[in-house]
Design a protein around this ligand. Sequence first.
Ligand code: BTN
Length: 253
Amino acid sequence: MSVAAGTLAPEAIRPHLRGRFGDPYRFEPECESTQSLLLGADLPEGAVAATDHQTAGRGRLGRTWVAPAGSSVLASVLLHPPAERQWPELALVGGVAAADAIEAATDLSAQVKWPNDVMLDRRKVAGVLAEARDASVVLGIGINVNQTRSELPLDAPTEPASLRTVTGSTYDVAELLGSLLLRLERLYDAWREGGLSEIYVDLGSRNFLFGRRVLVDGRDGIGGVIGRDGRLEVHVGHGETISVESGEVEYVR
Ligand code: BTN
């Protein structure tokens, strides 16, 4: 995989779609955010919206997601999770799927930094955004693929990288999205059946914060396990362990 091909247009993605995710596939060469393209409650689970360029890409906690045209995987998947599942866990499901796809493409180990970042070589190469819409969830995934160092955001809270800045190679974004969608479909089906326990082996082994020094709400600690309820344990000293449900955990390099 060494030829840079920067489009997620239907003709580029079609040879790489092997499961039910990606049908229907809505593509716009440019849009505000793929999170807003999957409107219509009648769309089936696995409907995907993708673009080559977002003008108002959204990140977690009100942040922006910025990438030059044709450099990245920018896609959202519509999911209809059962009511008994905790839908915010889908950020972790998406993170594991993205880490898996990145690992398959690069042959390097990728981790999930709780709750929604994907790390390669200790830098953030992907982010996941789960947003609820009535009974549905729109799961957005952005992967930095072919950006050069100078094309990455300067002000990101977690140091960013792209697959290219880490490995020196360029990648076919459509092939990577196809691989991501197939992995996401398998992990989602398992999660749908039995929750995070069903993907725990993959998630636990990819826990980037485990054993690292972290800062949570101004408190120093050591990252612990991600529970089967999706919370992150942090050991804050004197035998005290807190369980973090949401928000931001910084890690100390
Ligand atoms: C984060 O790390 O804060 C989450 C980033 C999610 C970015 C993706 S790109 C595709 C989809 N569309 C958006 O506007 N955001 C998500």
